[in-house]
Design a protein around this ligand. Structure first.
Ligand code: GLY
Length: 410
């Protein structure tokens, strides 16, 4: 028999209770879906967050816009987005069953419209990109757009009908995930993680702001744009996320008003994107600004003005509706706009962040990918392009050069 080791036991072995298999830092939609899927896969999971279910989930509009938010050079991301969109119906059914809650999922499609000649040319380009990528997207005249949505401004010059871009209510989604997590045995620690614990070259959990420790065999950083601010993360682990502020309004279509909009409607106005997401309960979400303002979530007069001005150009009748709420949230953007998923250079440390504009859309796929990574120690084949290791080391290139339009058609 070998002699007993004189080296100090690792901190997870010194914890009073047994360490969790997985500690998820961050209880937003991405942290919760990771925790839920990992727990459903048989792992013992703890989530650390002072306000689980808060953050961007309380602000986001919940568009599942894999096709209408496609950008040149993002075909790899498109594949992940489409995979997640395909998972949505089964994911919603399973989560509804697991939580007993309605998620506000609507298979309503999206109409992207053009208000002037420049917008029309831009939308035509997007349509051509959709066709090159084999996506379901139909060009409509202005009149056809207004037939679908009579509240649209008479000046609408044409549009794209994308039947597969749906919506979900992110507040309901995060609330259902909280219940499903609790029912699956996930433990919650309502405290801020202050520092990553690293011992013998391995992540061992976190030191909490209140002084306690949470230890686990594997730690997942899923704290949105805060993920890059956790102390103690070694320099060889790149967490290149930055906040991109989005201001969002919520209006109310009064009961008995009649149909206002029947699907998500969006447009590019003066170079900025505006979208209107109508819920079945009468809520009409108007989003969103896109601002590089650091960690600032102030709602500004300018932001509200911009949103109402652009939304009014699109749907003039909207200014009659009561304004119920204005909020700002922070999108966790990565250098190439794609998420950072799975193991890092530090054993025991995973990332699930950097989802930028697609956090709600990517929830089902992220849950599956992270549960796989946490049980197998590596990413599934289809998600390898999203490894955080693409940004690690001296030779990392922060952002792959976007493909040119002519390259996309090749
Ligand atoms: N996906 C919508 C937004 O980020 O504003």
């Amino acid at each position: 028999m070998p002699p007993p080791s004189t080296a100090p036991a690792p901190s997870w072995a010194r914890s009073s209770g047994a360490p969790a298999d997985v500690l998820v830092v961050g209880g937003g939609i991405i942290g919760l879906v990771t925790a839920w899927r990992a727990a459903r896969g048989g792992l013992r999971v703890t989530v650390a967050d002072p306000w689980p279910g808060g953050g961007a989930a309380q602000v986001a509009a919940g568009m599942l816009a894999a096709v209408t938010e496609l950008h040149y050079g993002e075909e790899t991301l498109l594949a992940l987005n489409l995979a997640s969109a395909r998972r949505y119906p089964a994911f919603v059914a399973e989560l509804t069953e697991a939580s007993g809650q309605d998620l506000g999922y609507r298979e309503c499609g999206t109409l992207a419209v053009a208000l002037d000649g420049d917008d029309r040319a831009e939308l035509r380009e997007l349509h051509a990109l959709h066709e090159r990528c084999g996506l379901d997207s139909q060009w409509l005249s202005g009149r056809e757009c207004r037939r679908l949505e009579p509240m649209l401004a008479p000046g609408v010059r044409g549009g794209l009908r994308v039947a597969g871009d749906h919506q979900i209510d992110p507040r309901r989604l995060s609330s259902a995930l909280l219940v499903a997590c609790a029912r699956a045995g996930v433990a919650f620690r309502r405290e801020r993680a202050a520092r990553l614990l690293v011992e013998d070259g391995r992540a061992r959990g976190v030191l909490l702001a209140g002084g306690g420790e949470l230890t686990a065999r594997q730690t997942v950083l899923a704290a949105g744009c805060e993920s890059g601010r956790l102390d103690g993360v070694p320099p060889e682990v790149a967490v290149p996320v930055r906040p991109v502020k989005g201001q969002v309004l919520r209006l109310t279509v009064p009961a008995g008003y009649g149909p206002f909009l029947s699907r998500t409607v969006r447009a590019v106005v003066r170079g900025g994107s505006v979208y209107l997401v109508p819920r079945e309960n009468g809520e009409l979400v108007v989003g969103a600004t896109s601002e590089e303002q650091g960690f600032d979530t102030t709602v500004t007069a300018g932001g509200v003005y911009e949103l109402l001005r652009d939304a009014h150009e699109l749907v003039p009748g909207l200014t009659e509706l009561p304004l119920a709420e204005s909020r700002a949230g922070l999108r966790p953007a990565s250098p190439d706009n794609a998420p950072l998923l799975g193991p890092t250079a530090l054993p025991g440390l995973h990332l699930a962040t950097g989802h930028y504009r697609n956090g709600v859309l990517l929830a089902p796929e992220t849950g599956e990918v992270m549960a796989y990574a946490l049980t197998h120690g590596e990413l599934p084949e289809a998600a390898r392009a999203f490894s955080p290791r693409r940004f690690e080391g001296p030779s990392h290139s922060p952002a792959p050069r976007p493909a040119l339009p002519q390259e996309l058609s090749a």
